[in-house]
Design a protein around this ligand. Structure first.
Ligand code: ZN
Ligand code: ZN
Length: 335
């Protein structure tokens, strides 16, 4: 048997598309360290046309021109708070709505680069509000996700204006300034891993996290389809800025990496494909595996806590068997 056939036979047929499997660790965590592989990975993820790059550019534009953090924000007022809410609604409607229309409205690329080609637009599904996944997911995103993210942003601006958040500029430490972008995505992975494991604790799962997991096959609106308490906890990673000096660009980037990045990574597709080319990389097969098999991949691939705690699913059939066995063991332990 050749190596390729062996690899293929080790992969579940449930997938319409999947990236190269088994999923590998991000090069920061491969031994021996290869600086070249790390630079290539950073280039492909932070400087090529990915959703991540879009959110960095957006954070820069907002921090420098559209809505810079100002000392006037030391006094709370509806004037600026409502403008932030409006800006966040517009960003979510354009990005999340745009992705949904492309993938599921006008069917822009059919099932090309789609992970799981089962429909997400069936009507009359009882577990969803209004009997329809998209409307249900939009409801949780727009009625809770955007307002709560906005409250976090208002809180951060208020604290920043009050001098409670230590800061520095690009001119002070240019290299550290740039490094903070990838480091913050690692921090997001650490924070997400621990809060997410906590949310899988049965009492919290039953009342809070199950709202998100009603989406087995996900679309862009599923990313922020969460219980309001989960929204509050999810954005709490911003609290790091009370101890880690940063610029408003960093704060806005990591906020939008969650507010817009969760929806884009839940699109169910690896990338936007148009005119015979992959145009915008957005997907997270790593997290899609979490929606499919539940008790695995709680964090993100940039910080290997799943590997260290034995909950990493690399997409292979072997890991599916192990994950299912671990899940049954967890259920037995709870009885
Ligand atoms: Zn999810
Ligand atoms: Zn989960």
């Amino acid at each position: 048997m050749t190596e390729t056939t062996e690899k293929k036979e080790n992969i579940s047929p449930v997938w319409n598309y999947h990236p190269d499997l088994p999923l590998e660790s991000v090069p920061y965590w491969r031994w021996p360290l290869s600086p070249l592989a790390i630079l290539k990975w950073l280039y492909e993820n932070f400087l090529s046309f990915t959703d991540r790059l879009l959110y960095i550019i957006y954070a820069i534009v907002v921090a420098l021109w559209i809505m810079p953090f100002t000392s006037a924000e030391a006094s709370l007022s509806w004037d600026w708070a409502l403008l932030i809410l409006l800006r966040n609604y517009i960003a979510v409607l354009v990005i999340v709505g745009g992705l949904h229309i492309w993938f599921y409205g006008i069917d822009g690329q059919g099932n090309l680069l789609r992970y799981d080609n089962r429909p997400i637009d069936k009507r009359g599904v009882k577990r969803f509000k209004f009997g329809y996944q998209t409307w249900d997911n939009m409801f949780y995103t727009l009625a809770s996700g955007v307002p709560i993210a906005t409250l976090w942003e208002i809180g951060m601006r208020y604290a920043f204006a009050d001098g409670l958040i230590p800061t520095f500029s690009f001119a002070d430490h240019p290299v550290w300034f740039l490094l903070l972008f990838p480091l913050l995505t690692m921090w997001q992975g650490i924070h997400f891993y621990f809060i997410h494991r906590l949310l899988h604790w049965p009492p919290l799962y039953k009342h809070i996290h199950s709202v998100h997991h009603r989406n087995v096959n996900t679309g862009p609106w599923s990313g922020l389809s969460m219980h309001p308490l989960e929204h509050i906890i999810y954005f709490s990673q911003l609290l790091i800025f009370f101890v880690l000096p940063a610029h408003p660009m960093h704060i806005l980037f990591i906020l939008h990496w969650q507010l817009l990045g969760a929806p884009s990574s839940h699109s169910g597709y690896e990338a936007v494909f148009a005119k015979d080319k992959s145009r915008l990389v957005i997907g997270s097969f790593f997290h899609h595996l979490h929606h499919h098999y539940f008790e695995c991949n709680y964090g993100n691939p940039e910080f290997p806590l799943d590997k260290w705690f034995g909950t990493f699913h690399d997409g292979s059939e072997r890991m599916t068997v192990i994950t299912k066995e671990r899940t049954s063991q967890m259920h037995r332990n709870r009885q």
